[in-house]
Design a protein around this ligand. Structure first.
Ligand code: UD1
Length: 428
């Protein structure tokens, strides 16, 4: 029986919410454990499907993994396999990042292309070109990337045509186990890249420029192990900030670094949200949202992952907002569902115009991807009536204990089973 979430809107969120560890940092860091000879322990790992999928993937390559609470330990004394089939990769795009560590440590890798998804085509040409510059011999056939570097990779001076987050993770991992200095110009500056660099630094890799466009990575022949604590999830934090604002609530959102919001900090304030710095986070309040004009950009610009939640909040802003999606060509899928709930949104290519309405009205809606799901949760929290969100497995991929956290903030949320009366939690 399938779970769905039922949300009765109209209650302002109040209280304190602790965000979980950053999913988008956890995944590359767990994958980079494939590079290490010794045991690595990561603390503050969120309880998410995507983490479970990643651990399963690591075990396929010979890792022993152990999870105690939010601590995850990974040991990979040697690689058992260097191939990842489509069935292993398709569940999670980030799985493709195993290509570099397998190649750097095992000298060869066969990894299926992850393909596109609900938000865009998502090519990997930047990853492959950069690995080729490091000496990998790469062929793509039948949807599988076959890469070899029997004598090892060599350091290179690489320029990215776009600051791809995934390609930056991939090349940092390749360079970490490649003796000599590899330079990446035009690297992604996202906080998750900084976290990966901090982790690899702990394992013995000297990295300069983390968080800047030019990164230099002095690789080592062997990497050690250690214990690392993940920082809080900036996207989850932004989601709770927007949910609080949209419901006219007052919430302390803690467990994350405010600086990691980048341009979103200023955009949220322009939208009429009061953000007061408190130890370990922000206190959020809002007595009415204002329209904004914003474009998604690589960090420190406004994050594409916050675009959908922001759009949901702006549906009831006092005027017309404009959002341009510049990272992914297909990332407005949530707009149609928001319109079913009474929002007024028109889409023209990569531009969405949102005309604020007085109220949304509850409706049954289907979650299409993680952040689209967050948008629908926010809309349902503000809407009049009770909404049903189906296909919530997407939400389970990105938001740990979503219904628990919302309920503790006073939201009326229940997780039910598709079969009529049966349900697991009663919040309503
Ligand atoms: C992207 C986001 C990241 C977000 C994640 C999940 C950016 C820059 N990246 O990371 O913040 O957390 O999605 O939503 O905002 N591209 C190519 N060729 C490549 C690689 C990428 O053309 O080899 C293009 C993509 O099609 C896309 C853009 O570059 O238009 C950003 O891709 P990238 O940063 O690599 O995506 P993710 O790593 O998934």
């Amino acid at each position: 029986m399938r779970e769905y979430i039922e949300i009765e809107g109209g209650t302002p969120l109040r209280g304190r919410v602790h965000v979980s560890g950053a999913k988008n940092a956890a995944l590359p860091i767990l994958i980079s454990c494939l590079l290490a000879q010794e045991r690595c322990t990561i603390k503050n790992v969120p309880f998410l499907h995507d983490v479970g999928i990643t651990l399963h993937l690591l075990e396929h390559f010979g890792a022993t993994t152990e999870r105690i609470g939010s601590d995850v330990s990974v040991s990979v004394p040697s690689l058992r396999a260097t191939d990842a089939s489509y069935s292993l990769v398709k569940a999670l795009r980030a799985s493709f990042w195993v290509l570099a560590p397998l190649l750097a440590r095992g000298g060869a890798a066969r990894v299926a292309l992850p393909g596109g998804d609900a938000i865009g085509a998502r090519p990997v040409d930047i990853h492959l070109e950069a690995l080729a510059q490091m000496g990998a011999d790469i062929h793509v056939k039948h949807g599988i990337v076959m890469a070899t570097a029997p004598d090892g990779l060599h350091p290179a001076d690489i320029s990215f045509r776009f600051p791809s987050v995934g390609a930056t993770h991939q090349i940092i991992m390749a360079a970490a186990l490649t003796p000599g200095v590899t330079t990446i110009r035009g690297a992604a500056r996202e906080p998750e890249v900084v976290e990966l660099c901090r982790f690899l630094g702990m394992l013995g890799v000297a990295i300069n420029g983390a968080g800047e466009s030019e990164l230099s990575i002095k690789g080592a022949r062997e990497l050690g192990g250690g214990t690392f604590s993940l920082s809080g999830d900036r996207i989850e934090a932004a989601t709770y900030i927007l949910a609080t604002a949209a419901t006219g609530g007052d919430v302390e959102v803690v467990g994350f670094e405010r600086g990691y919001l980048g341009a979103a900090d200023e955009v949220l304030q322009r939208a009429g949200i009061t953000l007061e710095s408190i130890p370990d986070g922000v206190r959020v309040s809002c007595s009415g949202l204002s329209p904004v004009e914003v474009a998604t950009e690589p960090f420190p610009g406004f994050a594409t992952d916050i675009q959908a939640p922001l759009m949901a909040a702006l549906t009831t802003a006092n005027g017309e907002s404009v959002i341009s999606e510049q990272i992914f060509e297909g990332r407005f899928g949530h707009a149609a569902d928001l319109c079913r709930m009474g929002a007024k949104i028109s889409i023209d290519g990569r531009k969405a115009v949102i005309s604020g309405v007085e109220n949304l009205s509850a409706a049954p809606v289907e979650v299409r991807d993680i952040r689209a799901g967050a948008a629908l949760v926010i809309a349902a929290l503000t809407a009049r009536g009770t909404s049903q969100l189906s296909e919530i497995s997407h939400l389970r991929r990105g938001y740990a204990d979503l219904e628990g956290k919302l309920r503790r903030l006073g939201a009326r949320v229940a997780v039910r089973l598709a079969d009529a009366e049966d349900f697991m939690f009663t919040g309503c």
